[in-house]
Design a protein around this ligand. Structure first.
Ligand SMILES: Nc1ncnc2c1ncn2[C@@H]1O[C@H](COP(=O)(O)OP(=O)(O)OP(=O)(O)O)[C@@H](O)[C@H]1O
Ligand SMILES: [Mg+2]
Length: 307
């Protein structure tokens, strides 16, 4: 079993039965992070005061199968602007497939996807990127031999306007454009506090920092919606706390809507506005963290019945 997979399983098992027979929804919690500094304390208060906006993504009756495997069955839920929307569920529940449907990697056999009022059945990932949807992957997808800076620069690809010839000749508009892109990339590097590793090849970095570089690449695209597939998997507690803080900062400072898959229930329950729960490709729960925590089907799935 890979380290990643093992961590996932451990985090899932970490939702242990509490003294009252209920799952203990604890972990490297955002509340603990907030308690560490007044800045984050203020942010936590802000999170509670924050009002999610209108529905910007509406997924209706989505079904997706691979041959005989039903990855998603008749799933409906929505995402509101500026919220942190978590997708949780046991291994193989269909969480990553759902993100792949949202950004056009998978095309569901059934269902409707309405994004910013426009219905779309099929969309190419580059089109999703152009519409402001960026993502990170469960298994880090970076160019290991390239520097941090160059990897983050690839996040700007969909924003290049100058033609190939102009770029090749480093001519007028292309030159200005490159300067603009570099400035944005440097802003992201400062924001995520990775100045010290900007020239380091990604393959030489520890796992936790590679995950942060992947987030940087997604942010370089200036997304309005960020899809994060297990951004904290395989991290130690300190790295998780850092990642949690960055996710909250992105959400608060840029108003970015975040769809988050995460196995650490402490984190999910602390930072999410709403949570959708999948199990065996079906939706078994949906609502605020408190509502979801009290849902008998969710409790059953988490306490291991049938798993
Ligand atoms: N490209 C694919 N081809 C065939 N089957 C797939 C493919 N992608 C996903 N599946 C299957 O769909 C189901 C859901 O997988 P998915 O990766 O979405 O689950 P998950 O909830 O993200 O799990 P995990 O927590 O382990 O990441 C699984 O049975 C998986 O084997
Ligand atoms: Mg997954």
């Amino acid at each position: 079993m890979s380290g990643d997979a093992r961590m996932t399983q451990m985090a899932w098992q970490g939702v242990a039965r509490g003294g009252d027979g209920q799952p203990a929804w604890s972990g490297a919690s955002a509340a603990a992070i907030a308690a560490e500094s007044p800045r984050e304390d203020a942010q936590a208060a802000q999170a509670h005061a924050r009002q999610a906006g209108d529905v910007i993504l509406d997924l209706q009756n989505i079904s997706l199968s691979f041959g005989g495997v039903k990855a998603l069955t008749d799933i409906s839920f929505d995402v509101r602007e500026h919220e942190i929307r978590a997708i949780i569920g046991p291994n193989g529940a269909g969480k990553s497939s759902m993100l792949n449907v949202i950004n056009g990697v998978y095309h569901p056999q059934q269902g409707r996807i309405v994004f910013r009022g426009e219905e779309r059945r099929k969309m190419h990932p580059t089109e999703a990127a152009r519409q402001g949807i960026a993502r990170t992957f469960q298994n880090i997808a970076l160019f290991k031999g390239m520097t941090v800076l160059d990897n983050i620069m690839t996040g700007r690809n969909t924003k290049f306007r100058s033609g190939l010839l102009a770029n090749a000749l480093w001519w007028g508009p292309a030159r200005n454009e490159e300067t603009r892109h570099r400035r944005k990339v440097e802003e992201v590097i400062d924001f995520l506090e990775i100045q010290a590793i900007r020239k380091t090849p990604v393959g030489r970095l520890p796992y936790g920092l590679q995950k942060r570089v992947e987030l940087a690449r997604a942010l370089a695209a200036e997304p309005s919606m960020l899809l994060l597939d297990e951004p904290m998997a395989g991290m130690n507690v300190e790295e998780k706390q850092d990642m949690c803080r960055f996710i909250l900062d992105v959400n608060h400072q840029f108003g970015t809507t975040i769809v988050l898959i995460e196995h650490d229930m402490g984190v999910v329950m602390d930072i999410s506005d709403r949570v959708v729960v999948l199990d065996y490709g079906k939706k078994i729960g949906d609502g605020t963290p408190d509502v979801v925590k009290a849902n008998p089907d969710v409790i059953r799935a988490y306490l291991g019945a049938g798993h």
